[in-house]
Design a protein around this ligand. Structure first.
Ligand code: HEM
Length: 423
């Protein structure tokens, strides 16, 4: 046993060494060791992590494959208002003021995917984590200041990434049409584009969201659903933002792309006799994979859809019906009487899932949006424009990063400067 651990340690050490150029980029960061480790975990090349033993009942983890070609763009797109709440979102919002908006988003997302096939998953999750916390107002993008810890610095957001893709889109837009397109709309458009470029449906979203002024870390704890929730808890969480049980099932289908850290489902491990996995061999293989990682202190990543990691399809639901849901919150959708029929439907009918997903994404994109003269259109997505816009007593009073060299582990992938955007 001791020898086995030694061999694992040596193999892992060698793998870590192969990542050195990437780690070296963390130089200049005061937390370089922790940052380098996080960098290793969250790096865009999941194949860098040791693979689980193959030949197990389910191939684990599915290696990210090239996503299928985007589905053809619908020729009949909706126009006009999508009225909601305080003010209207509009399908033609940028038609005159920034007609290149869709093209810029499309190109930047494609470039990001070419560099990292896990980009669509991260862009989709960015949008979800923004909308569920204080509405779709890009509050997730604001950086912490000297007096305020922002949403993105709550542990629930530590593994959220690809802020740099949003920043790249914003930078290009500020040249093409300055002060026009909000960061909240960029998040929405990038998520929709990501889904489509991963092989999912074309999603028409209406625009006109404005950027919020506040971002508070505790809100990320309260409003994001936990992975150990049962259906009742998930429903409550979704109802808090105006969504329903159908949306729970449909939007959980976002887990057809992307990965989860073993720590998010380690609560499900134990003796096979009491395994919560319907496919006990699958559960056993997951445990073996994750436990091996733990021997060297690594929180490994596992594909959420045992079929494919990067293709947006109905594979997630097909995995669920086979008892291969990874998170508790995924698996309960298969077993709960209130949700299992929809899971079965989507497992058998991808186009039904796609149609429902388009609708639920649009609903999610309307959560507590700011429109009209509310909020602002940020110049840079990670910082409010001006102190003049402070409206609440708790609002940030210093809108600059703590210092140009301020850096915490999560910033390290973009070191050496550690300022500006983070991955
Ligand atoms: C239903 C409640 C939900 C729960 C409990 C949940 C939980 C989680 C957890 C624990 C992870 C893994 C995070 C990590 O280990 O880094 C994850 C990943 C992910 N989630 Fe969810 N999620 C939910 C809903 C959603 C929704 C509504 C969407 C979008 C429509 C979404 C999209 C994603 C994506 C794409 C990933 C993969 C991210 C990556 O690979 O970097 N999730 N989710």
């Amino acid at each position: 046993m001791k020898n086995t651990l030694l061999v694992f340690g040596v193999i892992y050490g060698l793998l870590a060494l192969t990542s050195l150029p990437e780690l070296a980029s963390a130089d200049g960061c005061p937390f370089s060791t922790a940052g380098a480790r996080r960098n290793l975990l969250a790096a865009g090349s999941p194949t860098a992590a040791p693979q689980p033993p193959l030949g197990s009942p389910a191939p684990l983890p599915a290696s990210p494959k090239a996503a299928p070609a985007p589905s053809p763009v619908s020729s009949s797109r909706p126009t006009g208002n999508d009225v909601y709440g305080e003010g209207p979102l509009n399908y033609d919002f940028y038609a005159k003021t920034c007609p290149t908006f869709p093209d810029i988003v499309k190109r930047q997302v494609a470039a990001a995917i070419a560099a990292d096939s896990l980009t669509p998953a991260q862009l989709l999750r960015l949008f979800f984590h923004d909308c569920f916390v204080n509405g779709c107002d890009a509050s997730l993008l604001l950086k912490s200041t000297i007096v305020n810890l922002a949403e993105r610095d709550h542990p629930n957001n530590f593994t959220v990434g690809k802020y740099t893709v949003i920043d790249a889109i914003k930078t290009e837009l500020e040249t093409a049409c300055p002060d026009i397109v909000s960061c909240a709309d960029i998040l929405a458009a990038a998520a929709a584009e990501a889904v489509e470029q991963a092989g999912g449906p074309h999603i028409d979203l209406a625009y006109g969201r404005r950027d919020g002024l506040d971002s508070f870390a505790p809100a990320a704890k309260t409003n994001l659903p936990g992975s150990t929730l049962q259906v009742g808890g998930l429903l409550q969480n979704f109802q808090n933002v105006g969504l329903n049980l159908t949306d729970v099932v449909v939007l959980s289908g976002g887990h057809t792309i992307g990965q989860a850290r073993c720590s998010t489902f380690a609560d499900r491990f134990g003796p096979t006799t009491t395994s919560p996995f319907l496919d006990t061999a699958f559960g056993q293989a997951l445990e073996t994979y994750c436990t091996d990682g733990n021997t060297v202190g690594i929180d490994r990543r596992m594909t959420l859809d045992a079929n494919t990691t990067t293709a947006f399809d109905n594979g997630y639901f097909r995995s669920l019906v086979l008892g291969r849901g990874v998170l508790t919150s995924d698996d309960v959708l298969r077993s709960d009487t209130r949700t299992k029929d929809l899971v079965t439907l989507f497992a058998n009918d991808q186009s039904a899932f796609f149609t429902a997903f388009k609708e639920s994404m649009a609903k999610m994109g309307r959560i507590s949006v700011l429109t009209g003269t509310m909020g602002q259109v940020r110049k840079q997505c990670w910082v409010r424009n001006s102190i003049d816009t402070a409206v609440t007593p708790q609002a940030n009073t210093d809108f600059a990063p703590q210092s140009l060299n301020f850096c915490k582990p999560a910033d390290c992938p973009t070191a050496p400067s550690c300022s500006g955007s983070q991955q």
